[in-house]
Ligand binder design. Sequence first.
Ligand code: FES
Ligand code: FES
Length: 160
Amino acid sequence: MSKHHVSTTINGEPTEFLCEPQLTLLDVLRDELRLTGSKEGCSSGDCGACSVTVDGRLVCSCLMLAVEAEGKSIQTVEGMAKGHDLHPLQQKFLEHAALQCGFCTPGVLVASKALLERNPDPTETEVRYWLAGNLCRCTGYDKIVRAVMDAAAEMRGATP
Ligand code: FES
Ligand code: FES
């Protein structure tokens, strides 16, 4: 099958790849570009483990064809830390022990970052509602929600 040439931007870096037309963005991120932070939990848009942003919009990369990345700006979990400096969300997830197996964590982090970019001061209900598409089998969600609320406060410069 002939391959398509795609020019895109991933985590701020101009990126080009060749892909077969049926491949998903998740396939290409993981298998071609070796960005394996995004996880494949369900392949059907139900778990959120594959979450990335595309031109600032949160999407399930398992539901997007890789060829649709042409000309777009993609952000993955690999783009959150700056060198050794973790993003505040990543740091708070560590502090709150907001992960166990970690399979859901990249998607939860990407989704939480997208939330805080839209709403820097979410209520607990808003955090829970926003993250409803990110399934976690381990934590019971409370620690995740606390970590997101704490990161939001830190990013606003608010004292807890
Ligand atoms: S792998 Fe994409 S939503 Fe589950
Ligand atoms: S930490 Fe295991 S699925 Fe969320």
